[in-house]
Design a protein around this ligand. Structure first.
Ligand SMILES: [Fe+2]
Length: 442
């Protein structure tokens, strides 16, 4: 049997296209949707030399962009992220700028801050992408960033960006960074943790930065053995959540949790003296053979961290989900709605539907695109004059096996299970990916 991450809905695309013409669609695009949807995911540029050991998360990053204007879909393009590793493999120009000891594939997330579009993956510095996506430059904030950063920075209320990063090469294994609204890295704090663990995301409430130190541990032996994502499950390493008081800036209060793995924090907020952290909790991860499947066993879970005492943990849904999102405006504060992808576990964890959680009413609704159609992460775009948290649209890129291409599907978030308001037919297939972002025009 082949590697499921190289086949079917995960099979990479190799052609880079620029389709600067109107794309066909069904339905009507809301006039508020003026801008660009970006998606990014792993997409190996060449067949791995040992396909059986290829890990999905190690694939070269590919960015896809769909441009919307005036109620029309006016163009599509896709480009490999021009990393050093890609340059070596296929002879494209290498990214300019300084380098750390390791550059990652920049395949996990894209974020725009202070006018700079950053591609991130967690094992290296961000890469700044050009507007046409054909260039990439290592973005180390004028030399201020000297360690890798995780792919999910969080926006703070002042318009800054909070980043966290795990450095596998030695202590301090964990650092946090604050980039101000102008894009200047103004502060780095070193966090004392005993080992390098997989750090993919961070939480941010009004009062606290929420750090995760969970027992998925970097293993130098696996790295030396050529394992491309060299982490292993080590339950006896313990599991804890750290709260950093953002005003004090230093000192971490660590709170033990049951051993687990978390890639994604859906949201975090202060609730009186408590801190609530909603995550997709996996009972374990990286306990399969190196290069194996990730497993569809994550559940939306709420941690309540009291000012004193132990954490309470509540699983909010029994369906396996991942890639949680909320409205950007709902981040860091009490909120009502979260979105996620529901996963099927065969032959590899594959999205089959989107779910919208109403956490206030303990209800959910789903959007299932149908057999042979694989949705992506939900990206929420607020309506221009929206008053409620869910007034707006959810954008998802749905891979259609029969057509051999993908559609951009636009859902009315307030009528989530209803028919899409628009389905834009893209000229190419977008393989199962990770994250995306909406860049409003202007
Ligand atoms: Fe992620």
């Amino acid at each position: 049997m082949g590697n499921p991450y190289l086949e079917g809905a995960f099979a990479p695309v190799r052609e880079e296209r620029t389709d600067d013409h109107e794309l066909s669609m069904d339905g009507a695009l809301p006039p508020d949707l003026e801008g660009r949807l970006l998606r990014v995911g792993p997409n190996p540029a060449v067949t791995p030399t040992d396909p059986d050991r290829h890990h999905w998360l190690a694939g070269d990053g590919m960015v896809h962009a769909v441009d919307l204007a005036g109620g029309r879909a006016v163009g599509y393009r896709n480009r490999f992220v021009r990393t050093r590793a890609l340059a070596r493999r296929i002879g494209t120009p290498a990214p300019r700028g300084p380098h750390g000891p390791v550059d990652g594939p920049a395949n996990a997330n894209v974020v725009r801050h202070a006018g700079v579009l950053l591609a991130l993956d967690g094992s290296g510095p961000p890469l700044a992408l050009g507007a046409d996506l054909t260039t990439a430059r290592v973005h180390d904030f004028d030399g201020a960033l000297t360690a890798p950063v995780a792919p999910h920075p969080k926006r703070d209320p002042d318009g800054g960006l909070v980043l966290v990063g795990s450095d596998v090469f030695g202590p301090p294994f964990l650092r946090t960074h604050l980039v101000d609204a102008d894009g200047v890295l103004v502060r780095t704090d070193e966090i004392d943790v005993p080992r390098a663990t997989l750090v993919h995301d961070v939480g941010l409430t009004g009062r606290f930065l929420v750090l995760l130190d969970l027992p998925v541990v970097f293993d130098l032996g696996l790295a030396a053995d050529g394992i491309s994502v060299p982490y292993r499950w080590m339950a006896d390493a313990g599991a804890r959540v750290g709260l950093v008081d953002r005003r004090a800036g230093t000192g971490v209060r660590w709170i033990a949790v049951e051993p687990c793995s978390v890639f994604h924090v859906a949201n975090a907020f202060d609730d009186g003296d408590d801190v609530v952290v909603d995550v997709v909790r996996h009972p374990s991860a990286f306990d399969e053979p190196p290069g194996g499947r990730l497993g569809a066993h994550g559940h939306l879970t709420r941690w309540r961290l009291p000012a004193t005492g132990t954490v309470s943990e509540e699983q909010l849904d029994d369906r396996p989900v991942e890639l949680p999102r909320t409205a950007d405006a709902a981040q860091g504060r009490p909120y009502r709605y979260a979105y996620g992808v529901v996963l099927d576990d065969a032959p590899a964890p594959t999205p089959v539907a989107l779910v919208k959680y109403d956490l206030e009413r303990d209800e959910s609704s789903t959007y299932a695109p149908g057999p042979g159609r694989v949705p992506s992460e939900a990206v929420f775009v607020p309506a221009a004059d929206g008053r409620s948290e869910d007034e707006g649209w959810v954008l998802t890129v749905v891979q259609d096996a029969a057509r051999g291409a993908s559609d951009l599907v636009v859902l009315d978030a307030t009528s989530f299970s209803g028919p899409p308001v628009a389905t834009v037919h893209l000229p190419a297939r977008v393989p199962v990916d990770l994250h995306g972002t909406w860049l409003p025009a202007g």
